[in-house]
Design a protein around this ligand. Structure first.
Ligand SMILES: CC(C)(COP(=O)(O)OP(=O)(O)OC[C@H]1O[C@@H](n2cnc3c(N)ncnc32)[C@H](O)[C@@H]1OP(=O)(O)O)[C@@H](O)C(=O)NCCC(=O)NCCS
Length: 330
């Protein structure tokens, strides 16, 4: 008897997208209570006017559930159709069990495979790459990919370098089989030599020993240089790998890290004005793995994006890690 290998769909596609936006609106004026700053400085340096933080009743789990339910419903599926759940988060406070396993059960899947990934702000694109591979190898038919964060809980509100930037939220996509190519090749990688550019201030033991929380630290200018140089070119390589040209794109949805980074990418990519560019950081802040699906969801709601659009996405962040692909909007 010969060993059997699995075979899946010829192609994969995003079948549905959903988002969950926390209810607490935190504007730049509120920021001035925590750090020495101004509305003008934050807007000028980042494009952020306000961000969302989880209210007391909202958690990384509840936001994930809401986003996933919406994505499944929009895909025209039920939780029983889901074979795998992937959650990308850095703010689920238990290292084990995974948030994905909890979500898979609470959604009502039939014991779907479930795992978390740690790829920070690149997590949604990392998750899509995983889902694409699972669907095309036949390991799963429908996969839920969730990017979810409550970064407000791990941000030092007295830190002038990060307090105004980070935010909360969740976004989800269902990936399933397709007859035609609807997701381009992933272009991804890492640079662990720059691990200390964005990291957590302490490990668990240090936090206990020192009686201090572990919070995000960031060398803003180093991130900025990397994002406007290497990552801008990774976005260009992602588009090139898809076989498309800039004028064939409808949407560009980079991780909502900072509008100045987005501007710099646009100059590098030389996208025509017909391409609509995500600027949802203005109202939602930088919510890491959640930012790309939240941006797509918001742009669908506002009419800036429509079903069938061709969209270049790229995530990048702590690791340092990055991943991008071209997808067809469901
Ligand atoms: C974080 C970031 C906005 C900070 O801007 P910056 O220009 O590097 O800030 P600097 O620390 O060099 O400080 C520049 C000036 O702004 C001031 N400043 C710094 N933080 C400030 C704040 N929160 N509010 C007001 N002023 C501030 C400094 O005092 C300094 O003033 P000076 O020129 O009078 O001395 C910028 O580095 C950045 O966008 N980096 C990328 C970060 C990112 O996208 N991360 C997400 C990756 S997932």
């Amino acid at each position: 008897m010969a060993l059997k290998a699995s075979h899946g769909a010829a192609y994969s596609r995003v079948e549905g997208i959903g988002a969950a936006i926390p209810s607490r609106v935190v504007d730049n004026h509120e920021m001035t209570q925590y750090i020495e700053t101004s509305d003008e400085w934050i807007q000028q340096r980042t494009g952020i006017v306000e961000r969302r933080w989880a209210a007391e009743h909202e958690t990384v789990e509840s936001l994930s559930m809401d986003a996933a339910r919406r994505a499944i419903e929009r895909a025209g599926l039920t939780p029983a159709d889901i074979d795998a759940v992937i959650v990308s988060t850095v703010s689920h406070m238990l290292q084990t069990p995974s948030l994905a396993a909890i979500i898979a059960a609470k959604l009502g899947t039939d014991g779907a495979a479930a795992f978390d990934i740690s790829a920070a702000c690149a997590g949604f694109s990392y998750g899509l790459a995983q889902a694409d591979a699972l669907v095309r190898t036949g390991a799963a038919r429908h996969v839920v990919v969730i990017g979810a964060e409550t970064l407000s809980k791990i941000t030092d509100l007295s830190d002038r370098g990060t307090a105004f930037l980070f935010a909360d939220g969740a976004g989800a996509a269902v990936v399933g089989p397709s007859d035609v190519p609807s997701m381009g090749p992933v272009v991804w990688g890492s640079d662990g030599e720059q691990a200390d550019v964005i990291n957590m201030s302490r490990d668990w033991h240090q936090a206990v020993e020192e009686g201090q929380p572990s919070q995000i630290t960031m060398q803003g200018q180093a991130v900025f240089r990397w994002a406007t140089g290497f990552i801008a070119d990774a976005a260009r390589r992602t588009l090139e790998a898809s076989g498309l040209t800039p004028d064939e794109l409808d949407l560009f949805v980079p991780h909502q890290a900072n509008n100045r980074i987005t501007d710099s990418m646009l100059r590098h990519l030389k996208l025509p004005e017909t391409v609509t560019v995500a600027r949802t950081i203005k109202h939602f802040g930088n919510n890491s793995a959640a930012s790309i699906p939240i941006a797509i969801d918001a742009m669908l709601a506002s009419g800036e994006a429509k079903s069938g659009d061709t969209c270049l996405i790229i995530g990048f962040g702590a690791g340092l890690v990055y991943a991008g692909q071209v997808i067809t909007i469901p």
